[in-house]
Design a binder for this molecule. Sequence first.
Ligand code: CAA
Length: 257
Amino acid sequence: MSKTYINVLKEGPIGIIQLNRPNALNALNRLMVDEIVEQLEEFNRDDQIRVILLKGNHRAFAAGADIEEMMEDTPLTLEMTDPFAVWDRISLIKKPIIAAVNGFALGGGFELALHCDLIIAAEDAKFGFPEVKLGVMPGAGGTQFLTKAMGRRKALEWIWLGESMSAKEAAHYGVINRVVAPELVEEEAMRLANQLTKQAPISLRLIKEAVYAAEDLPLLEGKKLERKNFYVTFASEDQNEGMQAFKEKRPPSFKGV
Ligand code: CAA
Protein backbone atom coordinates (compact mmCIF):
# COMPACT_ATOMS: atom_id res chain seq x y z
CA MET A 1 0.00 0.00 0.00
CA SER A 2 1.44 3.37 -0.94
CA LYS A 3 0.21 6.89 -0.57
CA THR A 4 1.90 10.01 -1.87
CA TYR A 5 4.38 10.49 0.95
CA ILE A 6 4.25 7.30 3.00
CA ASN A 7 4.64 3.58 2.40
CA VAL A 8 2.38 1.31 4.39
CA LEU A 9 2.79 -2.37 5.10
CA LYS A 10 1.68 -5.03 7.52
CA GLU A 11 3.97 -7.68 8.97
CA GLY A 12 1.54 -9.95 10.80
CA PRO A 13 0.18 -7.95 13.73
CA ILE A 14 2.62 -5.06 13.18
CA GLY A 15 1.50 -2.10 11.09
CA ILE A 16 4.41 -0.22 9.54
CA ILE A 17 4.40 3.34 8.23
CA GLN A 18 7.51 4.51 6.40
CA LEU A 19 7.90 8.22 5.72
CA ASN A 20 8.78 8.48 2.07
CA ARG A 21 9.94 11.85 0.90
CA PRO A 22 13.66 11.07 0.75
CA ASN A 23 14.68 14.00 -1.49
CA ALA A 24 13.58 16.44 1.20
CA LEU A 25 14.87 14.36 4.14
CA ASN A 26 11.24 13.44 4.83
CA ALA A 27 10.30 17.05 5.58
CA LEU A 28 6.70 16.92 6.72
CA ASN A 29 4.37 18.80 4.44
CA ARG A 30 0.72 18.95 5.40
CA LEU A 31 -0.48 16.24 3.04
CA MET A 32 2.19 13.93 4.49
CA VAL A 33 1.07 14.62 8.06
CA ASP A 34 -2.56 13.98 7.04
CA GLU A 35 -1.52 10.67 5.47
CA ILE A 36 0.41 9.63 8.59
CA VAL A 37 -2.47 10.51 10.92
CA GLU A 38 -5.08 8.79 8.74
CA GLN A 39 -2.96 5.64 8.51
CA LEU A 40 -2.38 5.59 12.27
CA GLU A 41 -6.14 5.80 12.73
CA GLU A 42 -6.69 3.02 10.22
CA PHE A 43 -4.23 0.75 12.07
CA ASN A 44 -5.88 1.74 15.34
CA ARG A 45 -9.21 0.44 14.00
CA ASP A 46 -7.71 -2.69 12.38
CA ASP A 47 -8.33 -5.77 14.58
CA GLN A 48 -5.37 -7.57 13.02
CA ILE A 49 -2.89 -4.88 14.11
CA ARG A 50 -1.54 -4.85 17.66
CA VAL A 51 1.48 -2.56 17.41
CA ILE A 52 2.41 0.29 15.05
CA LEU A 53 5.91 1.14 13.88
CA LEU A 54 6.86 4.46 12.33
CA LYS A 55 10.16 4.82 10.50
CA GLY A 56 12.01 6.99 8.00
CA ASN A 57 15.06 6.00 5.98
CA HIS A 58 18.78 5.75 6.77
CA ARG A 59 19.39 9.55 6.35
CA ALA A 60 16.37 10.93 8.12
CA PHE A 61 13.39 10.08 10.24
CA ALA A 62 12.18 13.58 9.32
CA ALA A 63 14.05 16.91 9.14
CA GLY A 64 11.09 18.96 10.32
CA ALA A 65 8.02 20.62 8.95
CA ASP A 66 8.36 21.61 5.30
CA ILE A 67 9.98 25.05 5.47
CA GLU A 68 9.12 25.93 1.88
CA GLU A 69 5.46 25.23 2.49
CA MET A 70 5.53 27.21 5.74
CA MET A 71 7.07 30.23 4.03
CA GLU A 72 3.72 30.78 2.30
CA ASP A 73 1.87 31.08 5.60
CA THR A 74 0.48 34.21 7.16
CA PRO A 75 -0.96 34.53 10.67
CA LEU A 76 -4.42 34.35 9.12
CA THR A 77 -3.82 31.23 7.00
CA LEU A 78 -2.37 29.56 10.10
CA GLU A 79 -5.32 30.62 12.25
CA MET A 80 -7.89 29.55 9.65
CA THR A 81 -6.32 26.21 8.64
CA ASP A 82 -4.85 25.41 12.10
CA PRO A 83 -2.32 23.02 10.55
CA PHE A 84 -0.94 21.61 13.80
CA ALA A 85 -4.32 20.66 15.27
CA VAL A 86 -4.37 17.40 13.30
CA TRP A 87 -1.37 16.21 15.32
CA ASP A 88 -3.62 15.94 18.40
CA ARG A 89 -5.28 12.94 16.75
CA ILE A 90 -2.01 11.02 17.17
CA SER A 91 -2.43 11.34 20.93
CA LEU A 92 -5.77 9.52 20.63
CA ILE A 93 -4.25 6.35 19.14
CA LYS A 94 -4.70 3.59 21.72
CA LYS A 95 -2.26 1.01 20.37
CA PRO A 96 1.48 1.17 21.09
CA ILE A 97 3.43 3.25 18.56
CA ILE A 98 7.18 2.75 18.23
CA ALA A 99 9.41 5.22 16.36
CA ALA A 100 12.54 3.81 14.69
CA VAL A 101 14.86 6.79 14.16
CA ASN A 102 17.86 6.91 11.86
CA GLY A 103 19.50 10.19 10.95
CA PHE A 104 17.72 13.50 11.53
CA ALA A 105 14.70 13.92 13.77
CA LEU A 106 14.45 17.71 13.81
CA GLY A 107 11.65 20.16 14.51
CA GLY A 108 8.38 18.55 13.42
CA GLY A 109 10.32 15.30 12.87
CA PHE A 110 11.37 15.27 16.52
CA GLU A 111 7.78 16.15 17.46
CA LEU A 112 6.49 13.23 15.43
CA ALA A 113 8.89 10.87 17.25
CA LEU A 114 7.83 12.39 20.58
CA HIS A 115 4.19 11.66 19.74
CA CYS A 116 5.18 7.96 19.63
CA ASP A 117 5.18 5.90 22.81
CA LEU A 118 8.65 4.40 22.48
CA ILE A 119 11.67 5.64 20.51
CA ILE A 120 14.53 3.47 19.29
CA ALA A 121 17.37 5.43 17.72
CA ALA A 122 20.66 4.97 15.92
CA GLU A 123 23.87 6.02 17.66
CA ASP A 124 24.32 8.70 15.02
CA ALA A 125 20.73 9.97 15.09
CA LYS A 126 20.31 13.70 15.70
CA PHE A 127 17.40 15.14 17.64
CA GLY A 128 16.68 18.83 18.02
CA PHE A 129 14.49 21.85 17.67
CA PRO A 130 16.21 24.26 15.25
CA GLU A 131 13.06 26.42 14.89
CA VAL A 132 14.58 29.25 16.95
CA LYS A 133 17.14 29.67 14.15
CA LEU A 134 14.29 30.21 11.70
CA GLY A 135 12.79 32.93 13.86
CA VAL A 136 9.92 30.70 14.98
CA MET A 137 9.47 28.03 17.65
CA PRO A 138 8.20 24.42 17.91
CA GLY A 139 4.49 24.31 17.09
CA ALA A 140 3.44 20.67 17.12
CA GLY A 141 3.96 19.87 20.79
CA GLY A 142 7.76 20.12 21.10
CA THR A 143 7.86 22.46 24.11
CA GLN A 144 5.34 20.30 25.95
CA PHE A 145 6.77 16.86 25.22
CA LEU A 146 10.39 17.82 25.83
CA THR A 147 9.60 19.59 29.11
CA LYS A 148 7.64 16.60 30.35
CA ALA A 149 10.52 14.32 29.35
CA MET A 150 13.57 16.22 30.62
CA GLY A 151 12.29 19.02 32.88
CA ARG A 152 12.00 22.78 32.35
CA ARG A 153 15.64 23.86 32.62
CA LYS A 154 17.06 21.34 30.20
CA ALA A 155 14.17 21.74 27.76
CA LEU A 156 14.66 25.52 27.71
CA GLU A 157 18.37 25.13 27.11
CA TRP A 158 17.89 22.79 24.15
CA ILE A 159 15.03 24.67 22.55
CA TRP A 160 16.56 28.12 23.08
CA LEU A 161 19.90 27.10 21.63
CA GLY A 162 18.36 25.03 18.84
CA GLU A 163 21.26 22.60 18.98
CA SER A 164 21.09 18.94 18.04
CA MET A 165 21.09 16.32 20.75
CA SER A 166 22.89 13.04 20.14
CA ALA A 167 20.98 9.81 20.68
CA LYS A 168 23.16 9.14 23.73
CA GLU A 169 22.21 12.49 25.27
CA ALA A 170 18.54 11.97 24.42
CA ALA A 171 18.64 8.56 26.12
CA HIS A 172 20.47 10.03 29.12
CA TYR A 173 17.62 12.52 29.66
CA GLY A 174 14.94 9.87 29.22
CA VAL A 175 13.72 11.38 25.95
CA ILE A 176 14.25 8.15 23.99
CA ASN A 177 14.27 4.51 25.02
CA ARG A 178 17.15 2.69 23.35
CA VAL A 179 20.24 3.48 21.28
CA VAL A 180 21.64 0.91 18.86
CA ALA A 181 23.98 0.76 15.87
CA PRO A 182 22.42 2.42 12.80
CA GLU A 183 22.02 -0.85 10.91
CA LEU A 184 20.20 -2.43 13.88
CA VAL A 185 17.54 0.24 14.48
CA GLU A 186 14.81 -1.42 12.49
CA GLU A 187 15.65 -4.89 13.80
CA GLU A 188 15.55 -3.67 17.40
CA ALA A 189 12.30 -1.77 16.83
CA MET A 190 10.73 -4.86 15.24
CA ARG A 191 12.02 -7.03 18.10
CA LEU A 192 10.37 -4.72 20.61
CA ALA A 193 7.19 -4.54 18.52
CA ASN A 194 7.09 -8.35 18.34
CA GLN A 195 7.49 -8.60 22.12
CA LEU A 196 4.55 -6.23 22.55
CA THR A 197 2.38 -8.24 20.14
CA LYS A 198 2.64 -11.14 22.63
CA GLN A 199 1.20 -9.06 25.49
CA ALA A 200 -2.51 -8.73 26.21
CA PRO A 201 -3.72 -5.92 23.91
CA ILE A 202 -6.36 -4.69 26.34
CA SER A 203 -3.75 -4.44 29.10
CA LEU A 204 -1.43 -2.50 26.78
CA ARG A 205 -4.08 0.01 25.89
CA LEU A 206 -5.27 0.55 29.46
CA ILE A 207 -1.67 0.87 30.65
CA LYS A 208 -1.03 3.49 27.95
CA GLU A 209 -4.04 5.51 29.09
CA ALA A 210 -2.98 5.32 32.75
CA VAL A 211 0.67 6.21 32.13
CA TYR A 212 -0.22 9.27 30.04
CA ALA A 213 -2.76 10.30 32.66
CA ALA A 214 0.06 10.28 35.24
CA GLU A 215 1.57 13.27 33.42
CA ASP A 216 -1.59 15.34 33.69
CA LEU A 217 -3.66 14.23 36.66
CA PRO A 218 -3.11 14.81 40.38
CA LEU A 219 -1.95 11.62 42.14
CA LEU A 220 -5.30 10.59 43.60
CA GLU A 221 -7.11 11.14 40.30
CA GLY A 222 -4.46 9.16 38.46
CA LYS A 223 -4.66 6.31 40.96
CA LYS A 224 -8.43 6.28 40.59
CA LEU A 225 -8.14 5.95 36.81
CA GLU A 226 -5.52 3.21 37.22
CA ARG A 227 -7.80 1.25 39.57
CA LYS A 228 -10.71 1.55 37.18
CA ASN A 229 -8.55 0.30 34.30
CA PHE A 230 -7.31 -2.58 36.45
CA TYR A 231 -10.90 -3.57 37.21
CA VAL A 232 -11.77 -3.37 33.50
CA THR A 233 -9.07 -5.93 32.64
CA PHE A 234 -11.18 -8.45 34.58
CA ALA A 235 -13.88 -8.11 31.93
CA SER A 236 -11.50 -9.61 29.36
CA GLU A 237 -10.97 -13.25 28.40
CA ASP A 238 -7.27 -12.44 28.35
CA GLN A 239 -7.29 -11.89 32.13
CA ASN A 240 -8.65 -15.39 32.56
CA GLU A 241 -6.16 -16.76 30.01
CA GLY A 242 -3.21 -14.99 31.65
CA MET A 243 -3.99 -16.31 35.11
CA GLN A 244 -4.89 -19.83 33.91
CA ALA A 245 -1.64 -19.98 31.91
CA PHE A 246 0.29 -19.01 35.06
CA LYS A 247 -1.43 -21.78 37.00
CA GLU A 248 -0.81 -24.33 34.25
CA LYS A 249 2.83 -23.19 33.91
CA ARG A 250 2.52 -22.45 30.19
CA PRO A 251 2.90 -19.25 28.16
CA PRO A 252 -0.39 -17.34 27.71
CA SER A 253 -1.98 -16.84 24.33
CA PHE A 254 -3.76 -13.50 24.32
CA LYS A 255 -6.54 -12.69 21.88
CA GLY A 256 -7.37 -9.10 22.67
CA VAL A 257 -10.86 -9.87 23.93
N1 CAA B 1 11.82 21.60 4.88
C1 CAA B 1 11.95 21.59 3.54
N2 CAA B 1 12.99 21.01 2.89
C2 CAA B 1 13.95 20.46 3.66
C3 CAA B 1 13.89 20.45 5.07
C4 CAA B 1 12.76 21.05 5.68
N3 CAA B 1 12.58 21.06 7.01
N4 CAA B 1 14.99 19.83 5.55
C5 CAA B 1 15.72 19.47 4.48
N5 CAA B 1 15.10 19.83 3.33
C6 CAA B 1 15.56 19.63 1.96
C7 CAA B 1 16.66 20.61 1.61
O1 CAA B 1 16.11 21.86 1.21
C8 CAA B 1 17.35 19.88 0.46
O2 CAA B 1 16.58 20.03 -0.68
P1 CAA B 1 17.32 20.34 -2.11
O3 CAA B 1 18.18 19.13 -2.35
O4 CAA B 1 16.18 20.47 -3.06
O5 CAA B 1 18.11 21.58 -1.90
C9 CAA B 1 17.23 18.41 0.90
O6 CAA B 1 16.18 18.36 1.85
C10 CAA B 1 18.49 17.88 1.53
O7 CAA B 1 18.84 18.75 2.61
P2 CAA B 1 20.28 19.44 2.76
O8 CAA B 1 20.93 19.60 1.43
O9 CAA B 1 20.13 20.66 3.58
O10 CAA B 1 21.04 18.28 3.56
P3 CAA B 1 22.24 18.46 4.58
O11 CAA B 1 22.70 17.07 4.90
O12 CAA B 1 23.24 19.44 4.08
O13 CAA B 1 21.58 19.12 5.89
C11 CAA B 1 19.92 19.31 7.63
C12 CAA B 1 20.64 18.39 6.64
C13 CAA B 1 20.92 19.81 8.70
C14 CAA B 1 18.83 18.50 8.31
C15 CAA B 1 19.33 20.53 6.88
O14 CAA B 1 18.59 20.05 5.75
C16 CAA B 1 18.40 21.38 7.69
O15 CAA B 1 18.86 22.18 8.50
N6 CAA B 1 17.07 21.24 7.52
C17 CAA B 1 16.08 22.05 8.18
C18 CAA B 1 15.87 21.57 9.62
C19 CAA B 1 14.87 22.47 10.33
O16 CAA B 1 15.07 23.65 10.49
N7 CAA B 1 13.74 21.87 10.78
C20 CAA B 1 12.70 22.56 11.49
C21 CAA B 1 11.64 22.99 10.56
S1 CAA B 1 10.40 24.03 11.33
C22 CAA B 1 9.36 22.99 12.17
O17 CAA B 1 9.55 21.80 12.16
C23 CAA B 1 8.20 23.65 12.88
C24 CAA B 1 7.39 22.74 13.75
O18 CAA B 1 7.50 22.75 14.94
C25 CAA B 1 6.38 21.85 13.19
